[in-house]
Ligand binder design. Structure first.
Ligand code: FAD
Ligand code: A2P
Length: 417
């Protein structure tokens, strides 16, 4: 008697395109089941863990995450193999048997969104992201690694006091006649010149845009960045960051290679009565500056929404944009600063400043017009969300329900690095 043939299981394997990926970690953070990991070279997807829930697709700023190959399950690409890739393997045709199987029930990673809602949990970082309903539609990926654009440096100014160790710079890039449309909250990728130790081109680094959509200078085809020179790694060891040092050392007239723009969810609402609650540390102030300045320019056109800012830095002298920020009218923006290393004063983080304003923040959380933006040090993310939770729960709000609603309505955005 003939035995039934063993089914040939075919999967649509989820991969990440190493040529487009800017290694921003968003996918790894978003994945609800830890199917994504990385090494020094690449971000990769574990075929045996990924369930195709699609939670990672929308948040990816470049679209590198939306890469798929049809393969026999037994021959799925392992993560070690993916770590070594410089480009995706070609999409090879599979045999008829496999095609038939693909059309049947054996396709395992094609859940196309089915799992997205169930995969949502309340651990703060792992929820599908959408922009506010009134956000303008962004352009993304106009320029890629294979087709980058160049911009000319028209300004590079130190924002932090010369007496401090923090070298944070305001860098203005001009695109001349080349279209580079951006929105506040988006970022760009910079391709630093040179090669890695193993002879590969450096991968792009991502930088938030610090200027409004109509230019650092209104009506000009330029944008600004807020770049911190990395001189030590996260563990405190001396390490000269490749791209940040390159950018901080640029001079007027230098030309840089740019890709992007990126980002389709961390965007500001356009309806004039929407409120912006902005919480940031260090260079996380870049998108807040962009949104604040856009609101300031629009204010003249009758915008009534409120702005509230919580901004953390080591000291006053290390807080980028301290001077201009202090000059903004109090009835335009409610600014709360938190300094962690002011000599003779206790360490103060943005979370502490938020706790002090708990009564006001509770009113903001109850207001359907409130849009919340958190950007900066990865370490502050959990603490900030924890305070929001405490304030909500202390004021009769059910945080898990509010959290879900804020995310579903595109009113809570977190970008940390
Ligand atoms: P690398 O050569 O990549 O790294 C050198 C060493 O420093 C490594 O050990 C690395 O782990 C460590 N390191 C990397 N970054 C830091 C850091 N920030 N602090 C301490 N150690 C670090 N940066 C800005 O300055 N301004 C921005 O507006 C900005 N926006 C970003 C937006 C997004 C969405 C993301 C994902 C990142 C953003 N960054 C921003 C960080 C930026 O992309 C780079 O990671 C950063 O400039 C370091 O790059 P590098 O090439 O200089 O360092
Ligand atoms: P700290 O003095 O502890 O480093 P940086 O200068 O490294 O970009 O950091 C910006 C600010 O964010 C600093 O004041 C820093 O304080 C602060 N910070 C560090 N960790 C956290 C955290 N977990 N939550 C909030 N703020 C933090």
């Amino acid at each position: 008697m003939n035995m039934p043939a063993a089914p040939i299981e075919v999967i649509k394997q989820h991969l990440i395109d190493p040529e487009i990926c800017i290694r921003c970690n968003t996918c790894e953070e978003t994945c609800p089941i830890d199917a994504i990991t990385h090494d020094e070279n690449n971000y990769v997807v574990k075929a045996d863990v990924c369930n195709g829930c699609m939670a990672c697709i929308a948040p990816c700023p470049t679209g590198a995450i939306d890469s798929w190959r049809t393969v026999f399950k037994a021959q799925a690409y392992g993560i070690e193999e993916q770590f070594g890739w410089d480009e995706l393997p070609p999409d090879r045709p599979i045999g008829e048997a496999a095609t038939a199987s693909l059309q049947g029930s054996l396709v395992t990673a094609l859940g196309a969104g089915e799992g997205a809602t169930d995969a949502e949990d309340l651990t703060h970082t792992r929820t599908a992201m959408v922009p506010p309903w009134s956000a303008a539609k962004p352009y993304v990926n106009l320029y890629t690694h294979k087709g980058p654009v160049t911009a000319t440096v028209v300004g590079n100014y130190r924002l932090t006091d010369a007496s401090t160790d923090s070298d944070i710079r305001h860098i203005v890039l001009d695109f001349g006649a080349i279209p580079f449309p951006v929105l506040e909250g988006q970022s760009i990728g910079i391709l630093p010149p040179g090669m890695t130790r193993d002879g590969k081109p450096h991968h792009a680094r991502q930088y938030s845009i610090a200027s409004p959509r109509n230019g650092e200078r209104p009506g000009y085809n330029n944008l600004s960045l807020t770049v911190k020179r990395v001189t030590h790694d996260h563990e405190g060891n001396v390490a000269a960051g490749v791209c940040s040092n390159y950018l901080c050392d640029l001079r007027k007239g230098d030309v840089v290679t740019v890709i992007g723009p990126f980002g389709s969810t961390f965007l500001m609402p356009n309806h004039p009565h929407s409120h912006l609650l902005m919480i940031c540390t260090g260079t996380g102030s870049a998108p807040m500056r962009a949104m604040t300045e856009y609101r300031r320019r629009r204010r003249l056109e009758g915008a009534t929404g409120k702005l509230m800012l919580f901004f953390g830095a080591r000291t006053k002298d290390e807080l980028p944009y301290f001077g201009p920020l202090m000059n903004l009218p109090k009835d335009f923006i409610d600014t709360n600063l938190a300094f962690s290393r002011t000599p003779g004063q206790p360490k103060r983080y943005v979370q502490d400043a938020m706790r002090e304003r708990a009564a006001d923040l509770a009113q903001w959380l109850k207001d359907d017009q409130t849009h919340i933006y958190v950007c900066g040090l990865r370490g502050m993310e959990e603490g900030v969300l924890q305070v929001l939770q405490e304030i909500a729960q202390g004021n009769g709000l059910v945080w898990p329900a509010l959290w879900t609603r804020l995310k579903r309505e595109g009113r809570l955005h977190v970008e940390t690095y």
